[in-house]
Design a protein around this ligand. Structure first.
Ligand SMILES: [Zn+2]
Length: 332
């Protein structure tokens, strides 16, 4: 199957389908709801119903702009597309995130989008899909990245929150607006900890509730009412709170917290190296377990990770293209 790696996304010319195109196009698969994937006013969009929901929340439809035709493809469902068969599978990254299997002319191609193999805090656990060709991400594709599993992350988040509150300090967790933010709120609520949530994160909570995740003890964040609560805010806001002289302590929940200089870079006291991306060992397991004859690495530490795969006997490449992510540290 021909694959074209373009600056705005990946194009499959024989079946006229884009993968995660960030610019308006005729038809694209959207792997998940993060803003660097779910964007652009396209003609047709395929994704899981949860991803399509996030996409619609993000899409700012100006007056007179036609809404895209939306085709939902739930986990395990198949659809025919221009002579190919498409099947979606969980990607474990955020709620609704999916891998896409494309079967065409006897070849199986899998596009992972952003992925993690270990069970996520919210969302479905993924599986490794056998394929002939794999297009995968490598956000944390260096051996230095060893991340916590979900139970270890839950313990650290709850312990830090309780320790701060016992001392009369408000714990602040900075989380990406979609995914990490709701996961942290969910963990705190499940532990019965009163939690105030920034609006950018709170607006996605109803979608999580509809997928069966309970958030019993949260309230909207108010600057004047932070005492006795855990605060979950977007990353920039955490430092604003501290700079304003609030009685807070910051926790940094991110794969980037695994780096030696994370404390200096984040300004956080507590480092919790947990991510919605797989760590190095998970990425290797995915690449090796797929059985792919060729692997393209398209995001993150692409060149070093492709070199590591080649050193282990795989055919692998890091195709030249502009990164899908405008800021690779915006997410992780
Ligand atoms: Zn993502």
């Amino acid at each position: 199957m021909d694959v074209e790696f373009r600056s705005t996304g990946i194009y499959l010319p024989q079946i006229d389908l884009w993968l995660d195109n960030t610019e308006p196009c005729a038809a694209t698969w959207i792997s998940h709801g993060h803003s660097d994937h779910a964007r652009g006013c396209h003609g047709k969009v395929i994704g899981t119903s949860t991803t399509l929901r996030f996409y619609r929340i993000r899409l700012w439809l100006a007056e007179g702009v036609e809404e895209p035709e939306l085709y939902s493809l739930e986990y395990g469902e198949r659809m025919d597309w221009n002579g190919a068969r498409l099947t979606s599978y969980p990607a474990g990254h955020i709620l609704g995130a999916a891998q896409l299997l494309i079967e065409f002319a006897g070849e199986r191609l899998v596009y992972t989008g952003d992925i993690k193999l270990r069970p996520p805090l919210c969302g479905s656990q993924t599986e490794v899909i056998p394929c002939d060709r794999l297009i995968m991400e490598s956000t944390f594709g260096l051996p230095i990245f060893k991340l916590l599993n979900r139970d270890e992350a839950i313990e650290k988040i709850v312990q830090f929150a309780r320790a701060c509150l016992a001392e009369g300090v408000s714990p602040v967790f900075a989380g990406y607006a979609l995914g990490r933010g709701q996961e942290i709120v969910h963990v705190l609520c499940q532990a019965g900890i009163p939690t105030a949530v920034h609006g950018a994160i709170a607006k996605f909570i109803p979608a999580y509730e509809e997928n069966g995740y309970a958030f019993p003890s949260w309230e909207p964040y108010q600057a004047k009412a932070t005492t006795g609560k855990a605060l979950v805010v977007v990353p920039a806001h955490g430092n604003i709170l501290e700079a304003a002289g609030k009685n807070v302590r910051l926790a940094y929940v991110s794969g980037w917290a695994a780096l030696d200089n994370a404390r200096t870079r984040s300004g956080a006291e507590e480092l919790i190296p947990y991510s919605d991306h797989g760590d190095f060992d998970e990425l290797l397991t995915l690449a090796c377990g797929s059985g792919a004859r060729h692997i393209d690495v398209v995001h993150g530490y692409t060149a070093p990770f492709a070199r590591i795969l080649k050193s282990r006997g795989h055919s692998a490449a890091a195709p030249e293209r502009v990164s899908l992510h405008t800021d690779i540290e915006a997410e992780g």
